[in-house]
Design a protein around this ligand. Structure first.
Ligand code: HEC
Length: 105
């Protein structure tokens, strides 16, 4: 994916160990923006009763679909959930993190 490739390139230039850094950045984005309602870890509970834990998102649809969904802002229809605005790099990091915590049923 072009987007992730670009982010990896940036992190490599910055002297990081790319894969871990992306995931860590994504974890921080999730913690900062989403943990108010969603469980963002591997064994925590969602604070908002209707918000699905992030580790179960891939049971509802493929994570790939999320990238498009965020880009298009389809969550406007969910009254409790604010629109999430992120740069493509932040989005790529968030998705990379989400991919690491998915549980298969
Ligand atoms: C203020 C509370 C709140 C915050 C903050 C929040 N969400 Fe949600 N989110 C919800 C609720 C409630 C739902 C369930 C909505 C529904 O199913 O109608 C939801 C649903 C979702 C879904 C599933 C949508 C679906 O159709 O299955 C995704 C993906 C999601 N949120 C991602 C995120 C991400 C990523 C962030 C942080 C950038 C975030 N949310 C922040 C409340 C929140």
């Amino acid at each position: 994916m072009k987007m992730i490739a670009a982010l990896v390139a940036i992190l490599v230039l910055a002297g990081g160990s790319q894969a871990d850094d992306i995931v860590e950045i994504g974890r921080q984005i999730a913690e900062f923006n989403c943990s108010e309602c969603h469980a963002v870890g591997t064994d925590d509970e969602s604070r908002h009763p209707e918000a699905p834990p992030f580790r179960h998102l891939s049971q509802r649809y493929p994570l790939d679909a999320l990238e498009e969904a965020f880009a298009e802002g389809i969550y406007v229809g969910h009254p409790d959930m604010p629109t999430f605005e992120a740069t493509p790099d932040q989005l790529a990091a968030l998705l990379a993190y989400l991919a690491t915590i998915q549980m298969t049923p």
